[in-house]
Design a protein around this ligand. Structure first.
Ligand code: GLU
Length: 505
Protein backbone atom coordinates (compact mmCIF):
# COMPACT_ATOMS: atom_id res chain seq x y z
CA UNK A 1 0.00 0.00 0.00
CA UNK A 2 1.39 3.39 -0.87
CA UNK A 3 1.46 5.83 1.97
CA UNK A 4 -1.01 8.61 1.95
CA UNK A 5 0.37 11.99 1.02
CA UNK A 6 0.61 14.29 4.02
CA UNK A 7 -1.81 17.18 3.68
CA UNK A 8 -2.49 19.37 6.67
CA UNK A 9 -4.34 22.59 7.10
CA UNK A 10 -4.47 25.64 9.28
CA UNK A 11 -8.07 26.75 9.43
CA UNK A 12 -8.61 29.89 11.49
CA UNK A 13 -11.87 31.69 11.97
CA UNK A 14 -11.39 35.38 11.17
CA UNK A 15 -12.73 36.58 14.51
CA UNK A 16 -9.83 38.86 15.48
CA UNK A 17 -6.06 38.83 15.79
CA UNK A 18 -4.38 35.46 15.79
CA UNK A 19 -3.49 34.40 19.32
CA UNK A 20 0.02 33.10 19.88
CA UNK A 21 -1.41 29.62 20.52
CA UNK A 22 -2.85 29.69 17.01
CA UNK A 23 0.55 30.66 15.65
CA UNK A 24 2.07 27.62 17.35
CA UNK A 25 -0.64 25.39 15.83
CA UNK A 26 0.16 26.76 12.38
CA UNK A 27 3.89 26.30 12.98
CA UNK A 28 3.49 22.65 13.99
CA UNK A 29 1.38 22.04 10.89
CA UNK A 30 4.04 23.73 8.79
CA UNK A 31 6.91 21.73 10.32
CA UNK A 32 4.99 18.49 9.90
CA UNK A 33 4.10 19.22 6.26
CA UNK A 34 7.67 20.23 5.32
CA UNK A 35 9.13 17.23 7.06
CA UNK A 36 6.96 14.83 5.09
CA UNK A 37 7.14 16.64 1.78
CA UNK A 38 3.44 17.34 2.17
CA UNK A 39 1.13 20.29 1.66
CA UNK A 40 -0.08 22.94 4.04
CA UNK A 41 -3.48 24.42 3.24
CA UNK A 42 -4.76 27.78 4.47
CA UNK A 43 -8.53 27.65 4.93
CA UNK A 44 -10.74 30.38 6.33
CA UNK A 45 -13.59 29.10 8.51
CA UNK A 46 -15.97 32.02 8.37
CA UNK A 47 -19.38 30.38 8.60
CA UNK A 48 -20.24 32.21 11.81
CA UNK A 49 -21.10 35.59 10.34
CA UNK A 50 -21.81 37.08 13.80
CA UNK A 51 -18.19 36.68 14.78
CA UNK A 52 -16.65 37.92 11.55
CA UNK A 53 -14.15 40.73 12.08
CA UNK A 54 -13.01 42.78 9.10
CA UNK A 55 -9.26 42.80 8.59
CA UNK A 56 -8.65 39.59 10.54
CA UNK A 57 -7.93 37.46 7.47
CA UNK A 58 -5.35 39.90 6.10
CA UNK A 59 -3.84 40.20 9.58
CA UNK A 60 -3.40 36.42 9.79
CA UNK A 61 -1.78 36.25 6.36
CA UNK A 62 0.55 39.13 7.18
CA UNK A 63 1.56 37.40 10.43
CA UNK A 64 2.66 34.29 8.57
CA UNK A 65 4.53 36.30 5.94
CA UNK A 66 6.45 37.97 8.75
CA UNK A 67 7.15 34.68 10.53
CA UNK A 68 8.17 32.80 7.40
CA UNK A 69 5.45 30.15 7.64
CA UNK A 70 4.58 29.35 4.04
CA UNK A 71 1.45 27.76 2.70
CA UNK A 72 1.13 25.63 -0.40
CA UNK A 73 -2.49 26.34 -1.18
CA UNK A 74 -5.54 28.08 0.16
CA UNK A 75 -6.97 31.56 0.47
CA UNK A 76 -4.66 33.92 -1.43
CA UNK A 77 -2.42 31.01 -2.49
CA UNK A 78 -4.66 29.22 -5.00
CA UNK A 79 -4.93 25.46 -5.48
CA UNK A 80 -7.18 22.77 -6.84
CA UNK A 81 -9.55 22.41 -3.89
CA UNK A 82 -10.93 25.93 -3.75
CA UNK A 83 -12.68 28.06 -2.90
CA UNK A 84 -10.88 27.95 0.44
CA UNK A 85 -13.11 30.44 2.21
CA UNK A 86 -16.02 28.56 3.72
CA UNK A 87 -18.50 31.37 3.14
CA UNK A 88 -17.93 30.76 -0.59
CA UNK A 89 -18.74 27.06 -0.35
CA UNK A 90 -22.42 27.24 0.58
CA UNK A 91 -23.60 25.03 -2.30
CA UNK A 92 -21.11 22.32 -1.46
CA UNK A 93 -22.30 22.09 2.15
CA UNK A 94 -25.94 22.08 1.12
CA UNK A 95 -25.28 19.03 -0.96
CA UNK A 96 -23.78 17.18 1.98
CA UNK A 97 -26.51 18.28 4.36
CA UNK A 98 -28.94 16.71 1.93
CA UNK A 99 -26.94 13.48 1.89
CA UNK A 100 -27.29 13.21 5.67
CA UNK A 101 -30.99 14.12 5.61
CA UNK A 102 -31.76 11.63 2.84
CA UNK A 103 -29.97 8.82 4.63
CA UNK A 104 -31.73 9.56 7.92
CA UNK A 105 -28.52 10.50 9.68
CA UNK A 106 -29.72 14.02 10.30
CA UNK A 107 -33.09 15.71 10.70
CA UNK A 108 -34.71 19.12 10.57
CA UNK A 109 -35.63 20.85 13.82
CA UNK A 110 -38.10 23.72 14.02
CA UNK A 111 -37.85 24.58 17.70
CA UNK A 112 -37.70 28.33 18.24
CA UNK A 113 -35.17 29.82 20.66
CA UNK A 114 -38.06 30.43 23.08
CA UNK A 115 -39.14 26.81 22.93
CA UNK A 116 -35.60 25.67 23.57
CA UNK A 117 -35.31 28.04 26.53
CA UNK A 118 -38.56 26.73 27.94
CA UNK A 119 -37.24 23.17 27.73
CA UNK A 120 -34.04 24.14 29.44
CA UNK A 121 -36.02 25.72 32.24
CA UNK A 122 -38.19 22.64 32.55
CA UNK A 123 -35.46 19.97 32.45
CA UNK A 124 -32.19 20.17 34.38
CA UNK A 125 -29.15 19.87 32.09
CA UNK A 126 -31.38 19.56 29.09
CA UNK A 127 -29.64 18.04 26.11
CA UNK A 128 -31.10 17.65 22.62
CA UNK A 129 -30.46 13.94 22.07
CA UNK A 130 -32.05 10.51 21.67
CA UNK A 131 -33.77 10.81 25.05
CA UNK A 132 -35.42 14.17 24.33
CA UNK A 133 -35.66 14.64 20.58
CA UNK A 134 -39.10 13.06 20.25
CA UNK A 135 -40.52 15.60 22.66
CA UNK A 136 -39.22 18.41 20.48
CA UNK A 137 -40.51 19.85 17.19
CA UNK A 138 -38.58 18.22 14.40
CA UNK A 139 -38.92 16.05 11.34
CA UNK A 140 -38.66 12.94 13.52
CA UNK A 141 -41.44 13.89 15.91
CA UNK A 142 -43.85 15.73 13.58
CA UNK A 143 -46.03 14.13 10.90
CA UNK A 144 -44.57 14.45 7.40
CA UNK A 145 -47.42 16.76 6.26
CA UNK A 146 -46.75 19.17 9.08
CA UNK A 147 -43.06 19.29 8.20
CA UNK A 148 -44.04 19.98 4.56
CA UNK A 149 -46.40 22.71 5.69
CA UNK A 150 -43.79 24.37 7.91
CA UNK A 151 -41.28 24.35 5.07
CA UNK A 152 -43.84 25.64 2.58
CA UNK A 153 -44.72 28.46 4.95
CA UNK A 154 -41.04 29.43 5.07
CA UNK A 155 -40.35 28.49 8.69
CA UNK A 156 -36.68 28.53 9.57
CA UNK A 157 -35.11 25.34 10.78
CA UNK A 158 -31.80 23.86 11.72
CA UNK A 159 -30.44 20.49 10.68
CA UNK A 160 -29.31 18.37 13.61
CA UNK A 161 -27.08 15.34 13.57
CA UNK A 162 -28.93 12.24 14.77
CA UNK A 163 -26.50 10.73 17.26
CA UNK A 164 -27.29 7.06 17.89
CA UNK A 165 -26.81 6.33 21.58
CA UNK A 166 -24.74 3.47 22.94
CA UNK A 167 -22.09 3.45 20.23
CA UNK A 168 -18.41 3.31 21.03
CA UNK A 169 -16.52 6.20 19.49
CA UNK A 170 -12.79 5.84 19.21
CA UNK A 171 -10.63 8.91 18.83
CA UNK A 172 -7.10 7.83 18.03
CA UNK A 173 -4.96 10.83 18.79
CA UNK A 174 -1.26 10.89 17.91
CA UNK A 175 -0.44 12.87 21.04
CA UNK A 176 -3.05 11.61 23.47
CA UNK A 177 -3.39 8.03 22.39
CA UNK A 178 -6.72 6.23 22.13
CA UNK A 179 -9.72 7.82 23.75
CA UNK A 180 -12.99 5.89 23.68
CA UNK A 181 -16.27 7.53 24.56
CA UNK A 182 -19.89 6.42 24.54
CA UNK A 183 -21.99 8.28 21.97
CA UNK A 184 -24.80 8.57 24.54
CA UNK A 185 -23.11 11.56 26.12
CA UNK A 186 -23.17 13.54 22.87
CA UNK A 187 -25.99 15.85 21.86
CA UNK A 188 -27.57 16.20 18.42
CA UNK A 189 -25.35 19.03 17.25
CA UNK A 190 -26.67 21.63 14.84
CA UNK A 191 -24.98 21.15 11.46
CA UNK A 192 -26.79 23.71 9.35
CA UNK A 193 -29.03 26.74 9.74
CA UNK A 194 -31.60 27.59 7.10
CA UNK A 195 -31.68 31.23 8.24
CA UNK A 196 -28.28 32.04 6.76
CA UNK A 197 -28.02 28.93 4.59
CA UNK A 198 -24.70 28.17 6.21
CA UNK A 199 -23.36 25.09 7.95
CA UNK A 200 -21.91 25.22 11.43
CA UNK A 201 -18.23 24.71 12.13
CA UNK A 202 -18.59 20.94 12.60
CA UNK A 203 -20.12 20.13 9.24
CA UNK A 204 -18.02 22.55 7.21
CA UNK A 205 -14.85 21.39 8.92
CA UNK A 206 -15.48 17.70 8.21
CA UNK A 207 -16.68 18.17 4.64
CA UNK A 208 -13.71 20.36 3.81
CA UNK A 209 -11.14 18.14 5.46
CA UNK A 210 -12.56 15.31 3.37
CA UNK A 211 -12.78 17.19 0.08
CA UNK A 212 -9.35 18.72 0.57
CA UNK A 213 -7.95 15.27 1.29
CA UNK A 214 -6.52 16.27 4.66
CA UNK A 215 -4.43 13.47 6.15
CA UNK A 216 -3.75 14.90 9.63
CA UNK A 217 -5.67 17.34 11.75
CA UNK A 218 -3.24 19.11 14.07
CA UNK A 219 -5.06 21.62 16.23
CA UNK A 220 -5.44 23.06 19.71
CA UNK A 221 -6.70 21.15 22.71
CA UNK A 222 -9.89 23.23 22.76
CA UNK A 223 -11.12 21.19 19.80
CA UNK A 224 -10.65 17.84 21.49
CA UNK A 225 -14.26 17.70 22.76
CA UNK A 226 -15.46 17.99 19.15
CA UNK A 227 -13.40 15.05 17.97
CA UNK A 228 -15.91 12.25 18.83
CA UNK A 229 -18.63 14.07 16.93
CA UNK A 230 -16.27 14.48 14.01
CA UNK A 231 -15.49 10.77 14.02
CA UNK A 232 -19.23 10.04 13.96
CA UNK A 233 -19.68 12.43 11.05
CA UNK A 234 -16.98 10.66 9.05
CA UNK A 235 -18.80 7.43 9.81
CA UNK A 236 -22.15 8.87 8.75
CA UNK A 237 -20.71 9.94 5.40
CA UNK A 238 -18.92 6.63 4.93
CA UNK A 239 -15.54 8.36 4.89
CA UNK A 240 -13.87 6.40 7.67
CA UNK A 241 -11.20 5.04 5.37
CA UNK A 242 -9.81 8.47 4.65
CA UNK A 243 -10.50 10.01 8.02
CA UNK A 244 -7.55 12.21 9.02
CA UNK A 245 -5.40 11.29 12.01
CA UNK A 246 -5.91 13.67 14.91
CA UNK A 247 -3.27 15.40 17.00
CA UNK A 248 -4.56 17.76 19.68
CA UNK A 249 -1.85 20.06 21.00
CA UNK A 250 -1.51 20.98 24.62
CA UNK A 251 -2.68 24.26 26.08
CA UNK A 252 -0.41 27.27 26.50
CA UNK A 253 -0.29 28.15 30.18
CA UNK A 254 0.29 31.37 32.08
CA UNK A 255 3.95 32.14 32.87
CA UNK A 256 3.24 31.04 36.45
CA UNK A 257 1.89 27.77 35.12
CA UNK A 258 -1.61 28.02 36.57
CA UNK A 259 -4.35 28.22 33.98
CA UNK A 260 -4.65 29.17 30.38
CA UNK A 261 -2.52 31.97 28.91
CA UNK A 262 -4.60 35.04 28.16
CA UNK A 263 -4.09 38.51 26.76
CA UNK A 264 -4.42 39.84 30.30
CA UNK A 265 -1.27 37.94 31.32
CA UNK A 266 0.58 39.76 28.58
CA UNK A 267 -0.77 43.13 29.69
CA UNK A 268 0.05 42.33 33.31
CA UNK A 269 3.62 41.16 32.72
CA UNK A 270 4.46 43.21 29.65
CA UNK A 271 4.70 40.82 26.74
CA UNK A 272 2.58 40.52 23.58
CA UNK A 273 0.35 37.54 22.86
CA UNK A 274 -0.25 38.44 19.22
CA UNK A 275 2.23 38.19 16.35
CA UNK A 276 1.53 41.70 15.03
CA UNK A 277 0.05 44.79 16.56
CA UNK A 278 -3.73 44.66 16.30
CA UNK A 279 -6.03 47.64 15.97
CA UNK A 280 -9.51 46.58 16.92
CA UNK A 281 -11.81 47.94 14.22
CA UNK A 282 -14.73 48.37 16.63
CA UNK A 283 -13.24 49.68 19.86
CA UNK A 284 -10.10 51.19 18.34
CA UNK A 285 -8.11 49.47 21.11
CA UNK A 286 -4.53 48.59 20.20
CA UNK A 287 -2.94 45.32 21.30
CA UNK A 288 0.80 44.92 21.10
CA UNK A 289 2.45 42.47 18.73
CA UNK A 290 5.76 40.64 18.68
CA UNK A 291 6.80 42.39 15.49
CA UNK A 292 6.21 45.90 16.82
CA UNK A 293 7.73 44.94 20.18
CA UNK A 294 10.94 44.31 18.28
CA UNK A 295 11.10 40.52 18.43
CA UNK A 296 12.93 38.83 15.58
CA UNK A 297 10.68 36.37 13.74
CA UNK A 298 13.31 33.62 14.05
CA UNK A 299 13.30 34.03 17.82
CA UNK A 300 9.52 33.81 18.01
CA UNK A 301 9.52 30.67 15.84
CA UNK A 302 12.24 28.97 17.87
CA UNK A 303 10.55 29.83 21.16
CA UNK A 304 7.11 28.65 20.00
CA UNK A 305 8.47 25.42 18.55
CA UNK A 306 9.66 24.44 22.01
CA UNK A 307 6.34 25.16 23.71
CA UNK A 308 4.98 21.66 23.94
CA UNK A 309 7.74 19.82 22.10
CA UNK A 310 11.47 19.36 22.50
CA UNK A 311 14.04 17.43 20.49
CA UNK A 312 15.09 15.30 23.45
CA UNK A 313 18.64 16.64 23.52
CA UNK A 314 19.81 19.85 25.11
CA UNK A 315 19.79 21.83 21.90
CA UNK A 316 17.60 24.90 22.15
CA UNK A 317 18.65 27.13 19.28
CA UNK A 318 17.30 25.74 16.04
CA UNK A 319 16.69 27.33 12.67
CA UNK A 320 13.48 26.64 10.78
CA UNK A 321 15.30 24.02 8.70
CA UNK A 322 16.62 22.28 11.79
CA UNK A 323 13.16 22.34 13.32
CA UNK A 324 11.74 20.75 10.18
CA UNK A 325 14.28 17.95 10.50
CA UNK A 326 13.89 17.32 14.19
CA UNK A 327 10.21 17.98 14.88
CA UNK A 328 8.26 14.95 16.02
CA UNK A 329 4.50 15.18 16.35
CA UNK A 330 4.36 11.98 18.39
CA UNK A 331 6.70 13.52 20.96
CA UNK A 332 4.52 16.55 21.61
CA UNK A 333 3.52 16.82 25.20
CA UNK A 334 0.01 16.27 26.53
CA UNK A 335 0.70 18.54 29.46
CA UNK A 336 0.23 22.28 29.10
CA UNK A 337 3.26 24.35 28.16
CA UNK A 338 4.16 27.26 30.41
CA UNK A 339 4.59 30.49 28.45
CA UNK A 340 7.98 31.49 29.82
CA UNK A 341 8.24 34.96 28.32
CA UNK A 342 11.65 35.55 29.89
CA UNK A 343 12.91 32.67 27.84
CA UNK A 344 11.46 34.35 24.79
CA UNK A 345 13.55 37.47 25.55
CA UNK A 346 16.60 35.21 25.87
CA UNK A 347 15.88 33.75 22.44
CA UNK A 348 15.69 37.23 21.00
CA UNK A 349 19.08 38.08 22.48
CA UNK A 350 20.56 34.88 21.05
CA UNK A 351 19.20 35.60 17.60
CA UNK A 352 20.60 39.12 17.67
CA UNK A 353 24.00 37.53 18.31
CA UNK A 354 23.52 34.95 15.58
CA UNK A 355 22.47 37.37 12.90
CA UNK A 356 25.10 39.20 10.88
CA UNK A 357 26.05 42.73 11.90
CA UNK A 358 24.83 43.86 8.49
CA UNK A 359 21.36 42.47 9.10
CA UNK A 360 21.05 43.93 12.58
CA UNK A 361 22.37 47.26 11.29
CA UNK A 362 19.62 47.19 8.68
CA UNK A 363 17.02 46.84 11.43
CA UNK A 364 18.76 49.44 13.59
CA UNK A 365 18.98 52.03 10.79
CA UNK A 366 15.38 53.30 11.09
CA UNK A 367 15.79 53.56 14.87
CA UNK A 368 18.86 55.74 14.39
CA UNK A 369 17.05 57.85 11.79
CA UNK A 370 14.10 58.30 14.11
CA UNK A 371 16.52 60.11 16.43
CA UNK A 372 17.37 62.54 13.66
CA UNK A 373 20.79 61.02 13.02
CA UNK A 374 22.26 60.17 9.63
CA UNK A 375 24.80 57.36 9.69
CA UNK A 376 26.24 55.06 7.06
CA UNK A 377 25.48 51.35 6.99
CA UNK A 378 29.21 50.72 7.46
CA UNK A 379 29.36 52.80 10.62
CA UNK A 380 26.22 51.13 12.00
CA UNK A 381 27.70 47.71 11.40
CA UNK A 382 30.73 48.64 13.47
CA UNK A 383 28.57 49.96 16.30
CA UNK A 384 26.41 46.82 16.14
CA UNK A 385 29.41 44.55 16.24
CA UNK A 386 30.66 46.25 19.42
CA UNK A 387 27.31 46.58 21.14
CA UNK A 388 24.92 43.79 20.13
CA UNK A 389 26.02 41.47 22.90
CA UNK A 390 24.64 43.93 25.43
CA UNK A 391 21.02 44.10 24.33
CA UNK A 392 17.95 41.88 24.14
CA UNK A 393 16.16 43.99 21.52
CA UNK A 394 17.48 45.93 18.56
CA UNK A 395 15.82 49.16 19.70
CA UNK A 396 17.80 48.93 22.97
CA UNK A 397 20.91 49.50 20.88
CA UNK A 398 20.07 53.18 20.78
CA UNK A 399 20.22 53.69 24.53
CA UNK A 400 23.30 51.53 24.75
CA UNK A 401 25.17 53.27 21.97
CA UNK A 402 23.77 56.74 21.28
CA UNK A 403 27.18 58.22 22.21
CA UNK A 404 28.51 56.84 18.94
CA UNK A 405 26.16 59.16 17.11
CA UNK A 406 25.77 62.24 19.29
CA UNK A 407 28.42 63.90 21.40
CA UNK A 408 27.49 64.32 25.05
CA UNK A 409 25.99 67.70 25.82
CA UNK A 410 25.78 67.03 29.51
CA UNK A 411 27.99 65.04 31.81
CA UNK A 412 26.46 62.67 34.33
CA UNK A 413 26.72 64.37 37.70
CA UNK A 414 27.54 61.30 39.75
CA UNK A 415 30.23 60.16 37.36
CA UNK A 416 31.76 63.64 37.30
CA UNK A 417 31.90 63.69 41.08
CA UNK A 418 33.58 60.33 41.20
CA UNK A 419 35.80 60.41 38.14
CA UNK A 420 36.70 64.03 37.38
CA UNK A 421 39.48 65.12 39.70
CA UNK A 422 41.27 68.40 40.24
CA UNK A 423 43.96 67.49 37.71
CA UNK A 424 41.75 65.62 35.24
CA UNK A 425 41.53 68.56 32.86
CA UNK A 426 45.28 68.89 32.56
CA UNK A 427 45.79 65.14 32.21
CA UNK A 428 43.13 64.96 29.51
CA UNK A 429 44.90 67.84 27.82
CA UNK A 430 48.09 65.78 27.76
CA UNK A 431 46.24 62.71 26.52
CA UNK A 432 44.63 64.74 23.75
CA UNK A 433 48.02 65.93 22.64
CA UNK A 434 49.35 62.38 22.60
CA UNK A 435 46.40 61.07 20.60
CA UNK A 436 46.70 63.99 18.19
CA UNK A 437 50.29 62.97 17.46
CA UNK A 438 49.28 59.45 16.36
CA UNK A 439 49.19 58.79 12.63
CA UNK A 440 47.65 55.40 13.19
CA UNK A 441 44.42 55.81 15.18
CA UNK A 442 43.63 52.11 15.41
CA UNK A 443 42.71 50.44 18.70
CA UNK A 444 46.12 48.73 18.93
CA UNK A 445 48.15 51.82 18.19
CA UNK A 446 46.25 53.95 20.74
CA UNK A 447 46.43 51.20 23.29
CA UNK A 448 50.20 50.91 22.97
CA UNK A 449 50.91 54.64 22.99
CA UNK A 450 48.62 55.43 25.89
CA UNK A 451 49.92 52.60 28.04
CA UNK A 452 53.49 53.70 27.51
CA UNK A 453 52.58 57.27 28.32
CA UNK A 454 50.69 56.31 31.52
CA UNK A 455 53.61 54.19 32.65
CA UNK A 456 56.24 56.80 31.93
CA UNK A 457 54.27 59.40 33.87
CA UNK A 458 53.38 57.07 36.70
CA UNK A 459 49.68 57.90 36.32
CA UNK A 460 46.94 55.51 37.42
CA UNK A 461 45.36 53.50 34.64
CA UNK A 462 41.89 53.80 36.18
CA UNK A 463 41.93 57.55 36.73
CA UNK A 464 42.96 58.23 33.12
CA UNK A 465 40.55 55.79 31.50
CA UNK A 466 37.60 56.87 33.64
CA UNK A 467 38.11 60.51 32.87
CA UNK A 468 38.68 59.71 29.20
CA UNK A 469 35.40 57.79 29.14
CA UNK A 470 33.56 60.68 30.68
CA UNK A 471 34.80 63.02 27.94
CA UNK A 472 33.65 60.77 25.09
CA UNK A 473 30.51 59.15 26.50
CA UNK A 474 29.29 61.65 29.06
CA UNK A 475 28.87 58.94 31.66
CA UNK A 476 30.51 55.81 33.02
CA UNK A 477 29.19 53.17 30.61
CA UNK A 478 30.29 51.66 27.31
CA UNK A 479 32.74 49.15 25.88
CA UNK A 480 36.56 49.29 25.77
CA UNK A 481 37.72 52.91 25.54
CA UNK A 482 39.86 52.53 22.44
CA UNK A 483 37.06 50.71 20.65
CA UNK A 484 35.05 53.86 21.16
CA UNK A 485 37.73 56.40 20.23
CA UNK A 486 38.89 54.40 17.19
CA UNK A 487 35.37 54.23 15.84
CA UNK A 488 34.66 57.91 16.55
CA UNK A 489 37.86 58.84 14.79
CA UNK A 490 40.61 61.25 15.78
CA UNK A 491 38.81 64.47 14.95
CA UNK A 492 35.62 63.66 16.88
CA UNK A 493 37.57 62.20 19.80
CA UNK A 494 39.69 65.31 20.18
CA UNK A 495 36.70 67.62 19.80
CA UNK A 496 34.83 65.78 22.56
CA UNK A 497 37.87 65.87 24.85
CA UNK A 498 38.34 69.57 24.27
CA UNK A 499 34.73 70.29 25.04
CA UNK A 500 34.79 68.29 28.29
CA UNK A 501 37.96 70.06 29.41
CA UNK A 502 36.30 73.42 28.83
CA UNK A 503 32.98 72.53 30.44
CA UNK A 504 34.26 70.53 33.42
CA UNK A 505 37.41 72.57 33.92
N1 GLU B 1 -11.88 27.19 12.78
C1 GLU B 1 -11.26 26.50 13.86
C2 GLU B 1 -10.38 27.48 14.60
O1 GLU B 1 -10.66 28.63 14.54
C3 GLU B 1 -10.48 25.33 13.34
C4 GLU B 1 -10.41 24.18 14.25
C5 GLU B 1 -9.81 23.00 13.54
O2 GLU B 1 -8.63 23.11 13.19
O3 GLU B 1 -10.50 22.03 13.29
O4 GLU B 1 -9.41 27.17 15.24
Amino acid sequence: MTERKVRVRFAPSPTGPLHIGGVRTALYNYLFARQHGGDLVFRIEDTDSNRFVPGAEEYILESFRWLGIKFDEGVSFGGDCGPYRQSERRDIYKKYVKVLLDSGKAYMAFDTPEELDAKRAEIDNFQYDASTRLSMRNSLSLPAEEVEALLAAGHQYVVRFKVEPGEKVLVNDIIRGEVVIDSSILDDKVLYKSADELPTYHLANIVDDHLMDISHVIRGEEWLPSAPLHVLLYRAFGWEETMPRFAHLSLLLKPEGNGKLSKRDGDRLGFPVFPLEWHDPKSGAVSSGFRESDYLPEAVINFLALLGWNPGDDVELMSMDELVQKFDLAKCSKAGARFDYKKMVWFNHEYILRKSDAEIAGIFMPVVKSHGVEATQEYLEKVVSLMKGRVNFVHELWDASSFYFVAPVEYDEKTVKKRWKEDSASKMGELAQLLDSLDDFSVESQDKAVHEWIESKGYGMGEIMNAFRLTLVGEGKGPQMFDISALLGKEETLARMQRAITVLG
